[in-house]
Design a protein around this ligand. Structure first.
Ligand SMILES: [Zn+2]
Ligand SMILES: [Zn+2]
Length: 242
């Protein structure tokens, strides 16, 4: 049986990196699954989720790998949809048609799954970066309400408010939108290389050792985003009252 938190530097928190790519399933990643697991042990994070682009690992393969390493390893998928990247948990395979968010929601509901708006404002606030996305106009960083009206937020259970590859401004804005809507908050490194595994994470107040437990905890809004594991090990919650 795998134990959680190999380094036990997380204090009372259960820390989990909810967003990771490996070279096995994501051609833009240069980190192998074994490297992710070794790094997870090294930094003392409680669990890691491998979330490839439009691909989900075989459950037995994940269980074998995790058992060998003594690390809690869970599976998700980052689905490319018509409105952007959506984190999906609970699905067992890629199902045709889920590039449409409405269909993805239907499939997720059928299996009690969880959907997350991943990095919803990446490149969408700074006018200089809007060529990276298909919005002609950037969002106004002072207008949370208009941004919150985007369709994606009515279709997901949670918002990735802390993404390791987003700017601080993009993350803060996502947090404001999540709070305006009362959606669950999660964090993930979006690592494509080994050094950034665990740079930000999702923080739970109790262990989530299975995909089901993780989904339930986030749906019950018992998750927060946090960081600090790679610095002194002290977790700082993102958006905590000072
Ligand atoms: Zn993405
Ligand atoms: Zn990603």
């Amino acid at each position: 049986m795998a134990t959680f938190g190999s380094g036990h530097r997380n204090g009372p928190h259960f820390t989990i990196d909810l967003h990771l790519h490996t070279s096995r399933g994501s051609s833009d990643s240069n980190v192998s699954p074994q490297q992710v697991i070794e790094r997870a042990r090294e930094i003392g994070i409680s669990a890691v989720c491998i979330t490839e682009h439009d691909h989900i690992w075989d459950v037995q393969e994940v269980m074998d790998l995790a058992a060998q390493a003594g690390v809690v390893l869970l599976r998700g998928m980052e689905v490319t949809t018509e409105i952007g990247h959506v984190g999906a948990f609970g699905l067992d395979r890629y199902v045709g048609g889920i590039y449409r968010l409405k269909e993805l929601r239907r499939v997720a509901d059928e299996c009690g799954g969880l959907l997350i708006a991943n990095h919803p404002f990446r490149y969408k606030l700074d006018p200089k970066l809007t060529f990276f996305n298909n919005h002609d106009e950037p969002f106004d960083a002072n207008d949370v309400n208009t941004a919150a009206e985007q369709m994606v937020f009515s279709m997901v259970d949670a918002v990735e408010v802390l993404n390791g590859c987003c700017s601080e401004e993009e993350n803060r804005f996502a947090l404001q939108v999540a709070r305006a809507l009362g959606l669950a908050e999660v964090g993930g490194s979006d690592s494509h290389s080994v050094d950034s595994v665990g740079c930000v994470c999702t923080v739970l107040d109790a262990p989530a050792l299975t995909e089901r437990a993780l989904i339930d905890a986030i749906k019950a809004r018992r998750s927060r985003a946090g960081r600090g594991l790679l610095e002194d090990g002290n977790i700082v919650l993102f958006g905590a009252a000072a």
